[in-house]
Ligand binder design. Structure first.
Ligand SMILES: Cc1cc2nc3c(=O)[nH]c(=O)nc-3n(C[C@H](O)[C@H](O)[C@H](O)COP(=O)(O)OP(=O)(O)OC[C@H]3O[C@@H](n4cnc5c(N)ncnc54)[C@H](O)[C@@H]3O)c2cc1C
Length: 389
């Protein structure tokens, strides 16, 4: 059994680290203190993503992506996750279900999304439908060979940067027909209701969209009628792994900064790391990161080896749950090691502390992940989690 990471993958990780440190980190404070980056700075980031070859790491080369394996994507996402203000969102990952689109959709949406000419955002959540998307009220009524989309979507991440949305709606209002639609934002009837502010500073916004009888032809149906959940499930796997890798990177950065501070900060005549209270915190942080890294890398590697799809879903939930909760514990300790300085917004640890809170909420809350894992255990026993196969 050889757990060595191939040299080429380590080189890729080093490249991502350098990108994060030289392109993303220098923008952090400006973004944090102003709450936004000017359009010119965002355009510069976009160009840098292309220049460094990190656009669409999750798609095939034939579609304009980088063709990275899931393991390689994990290595890159770990490094990007170290950036605060969700600057990692500058590195776009076009939605996975697009690759199952028609040839025309691949040409019109996926390829230009991979090369940065277009950007999409995923819109499932609504005021009345969060953890339970069957409660979605957005409907696509079929009339005269067309669909007419009406409803509202909340929390549409990067919806401001997007020029099209992937909207989850019920055909004819039927919850048994959950379906995805490609909706160009410029279409008549698409509106922005509100752009709320959130706990984290985020490179883009999470607007609320309204759809008022938006006319769509058959070419805007992604997949088949009723396939909405199935297509979104694959997106969830990738998004959950990405969150886990980002959380890992965020925790490592916080731990590294806290460790350096503990070595040089002197109180009561000695570096604070010499107090066992601090040393034990650093020890717990290191071990938590080690455990999470082992888990995240393992599942990413298993997926590349063609793990059964059901196991993939089961383990992606476990990885997302564990990594996001681990990041909360580790970054909280890092902040504590800094004392008052940990509470200052100019300290990356303070920003990471706020940034990673949402990772226990989006793409399925911690409770929903536990419900998924509990359901798996009920159905299959503990095997998916305690066996190594
Ligand atoms: C910053 C941000 C960005 C987001 N981006 C997007 C996006 O781009 N696209 C998108 O579609 N959505 C997005 N979301 C929405 C996100 O996925 C939902 O917030 C999340 O799924 C939870 O839904 P909810 O907020 O309605 O909470 P609710 O579902 O109302 O849950 C409230 C509480 O009840 C718990 N709960 C609910 N059901 C159960 C259960 N069965 N068992 C135990 N506990 C339960 C939850 O865990 C939670 O603690 C985003 C959210 C945020 C905060």
């Amino acid at each position: 059994m050889d757990l060595t990471i191939p040299k080429a993958d380590l080189a890729l990780k080093a490249r991502a680290r350098s990108f994060a440190e030289t392109v993303l980190f220098p923008r952090e404070l400006e973004l944090e203190l102003n709450g936004y980056l000017p359009e010119a700075a965002k355009a510069g980031l976009k160009q840098a993503v292309i220049d460094h070859g990190f656009n669409a790491i999750n798609h095939a080369k034939e579609h304009g992506g980088q063709g990275l394996s899931i393991f390689q994507q994990t290595l890159v996402n770990e490094e990007l996750g170290k950036a605060t203000g969700a600057l990692w969102a500058a590195v776009w990952h076009p939605a996975i279900p697009l690759r199952l689109g028609t040839k025309e959709q691949i040409r019109g949406y996926l390829v230009p999304s991979c090369n940065g000419q277009r950007r999409g955002a995923y819109a499932i959540t609504e005021s009345g439908a969060g953890s339970d998307p069957r409660l979605v009220k957005t409907r696509a009524d079929r009339r005269n060979g067309r669909y007419y989309l009406s409803g509202e979507k909340w929390f549409v991440t990067s919806g401001d940067a997007a020029d099209y949305l992937i909207v989850h709606a019920h055909v004819d209002g039927d919850p048994d027909k959950p379906t995805l639609f490609l909706v160009d934002k410029a279409l008549p009837g698409v509106g922005v209701k509100r752009v709320p502010k959130f706990m984290h500073t985020y490179l883009f916004e999470h607007p609320e969209f309204t759809f008022d009888n938006v006319e769509l032809d058959d070419s805007k149906l992604l997949g088949k009628t009723g396939q909405g959940f199935e297509l979104t499930k694959d997106w969830f796997v990738e998004a959950r792994l990405q969150i886990a890798a980002n959380c890992l990177g965020a925790s490592i950065r916080a731990a590294e900064i806290a460790n350096a501070h503990a070595a040089q900060r002197v109180q009561f005549g000695r570096p604070i790391r010499d107090f066992q209270a601090i040393e034990f915190m650093l020890a717990d942080m290191a071990v938590e990161i080690m455990a999470t890294k082992s888990m995240v890398y393992r599942v990413a590697w298993e997926i590349d080896r063609g793990m059964d799809r059901k196991l993939v879903h089961a383990r992606a939930s476990a990885v997302k749950l564990y990594a996001s909760e681990m990041a909360g514990r580790v970054i909280d300790k890092a902040l504590q090691i800094f004392g008052g300085r940990g509470y200052m917004r100019e300290n990356p640890v303070e920003r990471l502390y706020r940034d990673i809170r949402v990772d226990r909420i989006w793409e399925g809350t911690s409770e929903i992940q536990r419900a998924i894992i509990g359901g798996q255990i009920k159905k299959r026993g503990l095997g998916p989690y305690v066996d190594w196969s």
